[in-house]
Write a protein that binds this ligand. Sequence first.
Ligand code: COA
Length: 250
Amino acid sequence: MTETVLSETPAEGVRQITMNRPDRRNALDRATYQGLIDALAAADADASVRAVVLTGAGGCFTSGNDIKDFAAAAATGVGAEIAIDFLTAISTAKKPIVAAAEGFAVGIGTTMLLHCDLAFAGRSASFRMPFVSLGLCPEGGSSYLLPLIAGSKRAAELLMLGEPFGPEVAQDAGLINGVTDEGGALAAALEKARALAALPPQSVALTKSLLKRGSAAAVAETIGTEARHFGERLKSAEAQAAFLAFLTKR
Ligand code: COA
């Protein structure tokens, strides 16, 4: 397990997984994606784990994919494969996942919430899916799931314009269950995770799988289709110019 992903047991039956690169606003590099994939697999494999809490260190959820890795894609040919592996892992995880977001939740930091069963955010959390302004396209099944839960107009607004939005909009769009005081998201998530952990685990798992059943095939197909386009977009002149602009702006 890499140190950029922390796994701990804050309460009986609850596994807390923390994205931990605070100096990079918890940007997800390959090691961090692999750590998350491993942590989710370990939680699913461990019968003592009844619920998972997913959060970020340092008052930030995650600033999304590490842009240095994206910028290297044109030269190395290594694209977003491990991000797709993570999205597949989180979208097919068996144990209930409760997200706790403070600060920034950008790109995959927002789209991964679509795959969490419950999510809470602090009052000053900021969400954003800036795929178009980065010359990219939606990922993580968001082009299917967001119109489904938020409506097509709201989804177009959030995915095409890609402007930042606050927790009230995120709640209205169905991305989170509730807004807490600043710094209170983790406590809210842990409370719900403890409640889930106290329930009959087979019934919880069955209910999760039934809730996902209707959309699972479409989500998997969309993640794959988006990934093919995303991989091409990563190498495009539009995207490479946007990455360079971010990496050289300071
Ligand atoms: N990839 C790589 N590095 C990142 C990063 C990312 N996604 N997000 C932040 N960082 C780095 C910054 O370059 C900065 O590095 P530096 O200290 O060497 O200058 C450091 O993390 C702190 O980020 P900073 O931008 O100074 O923090 P902030 O609080 O002012 O802003 C964000 C936070 C998240 C709004 C801003 O960092 C941002 O927009 N990041 C990019 C988000 C993004 O586009 N993600 C990809 C989506 S597909």
